[in-house]
Design a protein. Sequence first.
Length: 249
Amino acid sequence: MQPLEPELEALLLQIVPDLASSWGGVDDDEIDRVEQVAGRSLPACYRWFLGKFGRTMGPLSYRNLDFSTKAILRAYAEDRVERDPRYLLIAFSYDPAYPSHFFYDLDSPARDDALVLGGEYLDEDDLVPSFETLRELLGWGALFTHGICKHPQRCAGMFTSSGGDTLSQLEPVLHAHGFAAPIATGRHCGVFRGPTMDMISKSTPGKEPYLHAFDIGAADAMTIRSFLGQVASATSLELEILRWTPPLP
């Protein structure tokens, strides 16, 4: 049987080769219990996610964030989060100092998925749009942790566009360097793998995507600098480097 999320599943298995032996999903009955809490049909991507990772995410687990159906259902059963017809808890935060859960905005569907927001309370002043889809959150986070952070040299910074969205201006340079986009994303998130580099970028959903924070990983600073030099010369994007990891001499 073909996976429901073939591109995302292929990316995750490529980044974490032993993932299939450590992930753990839940059955349809458990997924249906979450759907009953939501009071409506779950996004197709989320049903796939729970079928693969609803019990454990294995090496893809987040520190202080629990995406399991057990955590979701317990949080609602114990009234630790408010029930709401629009927002559905998809990850419970155990951070003792600054808890920030992840919620779906089920009124904002996108590409068989839905908008993901972060916050402690179901309050417009507290909830912050994070990713247009759970698919983007998973791909972006996995490539950062298991791809970019594994490279000997990393660079973080900002791309700023004076007009038009940032990713469309980056595409020609990315193509010239052999980058491919392994999963479908919107204008607010970029997930790219190249022959010698990995790159992710992100802007805030709901705002014009003129500003993208980026992280790049490669074998050395020269490779990253060559790429960023082409971005600076071939596009009108403004480039700001925030940090090198490890710091450059």
